[in-house]
Design a binder for this molecule. Structure first.
Ligand code: LLP
Length: 451
């Protein structure tokens, strides 16, 4: 795979760091030409900790969690925010989520193990996944997790069997694919009809399966769930999905006499990766979705259920940045300018996978305008290995510290050891203090599991 051809007519945007506005973490500032986040100098931090390095603005994560809770709970008291840990998880992140009073979505045994090890209350954990193994289900049920989100009929049978054997009754949701096309990348659409996730609405399959769930011993159906996709800007897609779900809730009440008391609307709220992106605000999301829920419930004559919202990216995406050191500069006349950094697709696969766009600056030239168009190439053995394609940046020189913004979601969690690259450390910064919350991997770590 090679890169798409560079647009040679593209001009650098001459913006400097603080012009990047919503793309920046909450506490970003420029002092004496250096980028600071959380009161910490990113150039010094890179020197101390080495690069590549994931840095999170702790205040930004906390603000986002509080903003979500405020936006939803102030409009509708019977609501709850669940952080989707697949976006970024480690033990400190789990503790932070707990301290902000949010719940946690895990999508398998590994994330569950991290959550439990960090002391997260099991009853506030929601377990997702389209193919949770019997072992993962048993781990979740025996830990006493709050809800298991059933994804199929086969899974229902497994949960029922395990719960009976353990002598418990497990509260469950059914994940429904509402048949709504969200306006986002094909790979991260999940609510449309051709999906491996959930119970399809086609030919009333989901509706008919409710009967099986109600009849299964050891499980207690309390709610429905849907998730229509990720990095969504158009809020009407959420409203459409909610409408479909409320209609289903009404039909379930009518046919089975069962009141569905909880509805999890999934996550999916988009963030600004570039200055051109215009995402909605968390407040607007709450306004539209709660409005849709209450309106639809009134139309269908059902009591509004507890509303759960399950964001991942919009909690951690903007808070996180990645620091790299410039190692090689290569100008191919008439083709493009390569700036090679000491990371790449192993710490950020999103550019190669989704043609994701980012904004970047040189942290030690942060007050200067971005006067060049470059490709930030990784250090891996693939032509398609780049983090930034034809982006504006300050004039690069060897040894510069590059900061790529908005890498807080799905970069660390999708990282790999490709080419034997140890994963970067994760540092939280706040009030002038930096603390390593996940240490950098060593060469020994690369061999730790070999026998
Ligand atoms: N709930 C469920 C059931 C999900 O599957 C997801 C994300 C979320 C919540 C959180 O969605 P968010 O608020 O983060 O959009 N790797 C891709 C994103 C995949 C999203 C997977 N599911 C990327 O890097 O863009």
């Amino acid at each position: 795979m090679s890169l798409p051809a560079a647009d040679l007519s593209k001009q650098a945007d001459h913006l400097s760091t603080m012009d990047l506005g919503v793309v920046l973490p909450a506490t970003a500032e420029v002092r004496e030409n250096h980028l600071f986040i959380g009161g910490v100098d990113m150039v010094e931090l890179a020197r101390e900790q080495g690069t590549a390095l994931y840095v999170y603005d702790e205040a930004d994560i906390r603000e986002r969690l509080q903003e979500y809770r405020r936006a939803f709970e102030s409009r509708y008291a019977n609501s709850e925010i669940i952080y989707a840990s697949k976006a970024f998880i480690n033990k400190e992140m789990v503790r932070l989520v707990a301290s902000e009073g949010a719940s946690l979505d895990v999508s398998g045994g590994g994330e569950l193990a991290i959550a439990l090890a960090a002391g997260f209350p099991a009853e506030r954990i929601y377990v997702h996944g389209n193919n949770k193994t019997p072992q993962e289900l048993e781990e979740a049920i025996s830990a006493g997790v709050g809800r298991i989100v059933l994804d199929s009929r086969l899974e229902l049978a497994r949960v029922s069997e395990i719960a009976q054997r353990l002598g418990v009754v497990q509260d469950v949701y059914m994940r429904i694919t509402p048949g709504v096309e969200a306006d986002t990348h094909e790979y991260i659409k999940t609510g449309c009809e051709d999906s491996k996730f959930g119970f399809t609405m086609r030919e009333d399959f989901a509706f008919n399966c409710v009967e099986d769930v109600l009849a299964a011993p050891g499980v207690n159906l309390v709610g429905l769930h849907c998730h229509i996709g990720s990095q969504i800007f158009a809020l009407h897609s959420f409203a459409e999905a909610i409408d479909v779900m409320v209609e289903l809730i009404a039909r379930i009440k009518e046919r089975y006499g069962l009141e569905i008391t909880e509805f999890d609307m999934g996550g999916g709220m988009g963030i600004a990766y570039t200055v051109e992106d215009m995402p909605s605000t968390i407040d607007q999301l709450a306004e539209v979705t709660i409005g849709a829920l209450l309106g639809s419930c009134e139309n269908h004559g059902v009591t509004p259920p507890r509303l759960l919202c399950e964001p991942g990216r919009s909690i951690v995406g903007t808070a996180g940045v990645t620091l790299y050191t410039v190692g090689i500069l290569k100008t191919l006349p008439g083709i493009r300018k390569y700036v090679a950094i000491d990371g790449g697709m192993s710490d950020n696969i999103r550019t190669a996978l989704y043609h994701a766009n980012y904004e970047a600056v040189i942290a030690n030239k942060a007050g200067e305008p971005r006067t060049e168009i470059v490709t930030l190439a990784g250090k891996h053995c693939e032509s398609g290995d780049a983090v930034l394609l034809d982006g504006s940046i300050q004039t690069p020189e060897l040894g510069d510290i590059v900061c790529v913004f908005d890498t807080g979601a799905y970069c660390r969690s999708m990282s790999s050891n490709y080419n034997g690259q140890p994963r970067p450390a994760v540092v939280f910064v706040r009030d002038g203090q930096a603390r390593v919350v996940t240490r950098r991997e060593s060469y020994e770590d690369l061999m730790m599991c070999d026998v």
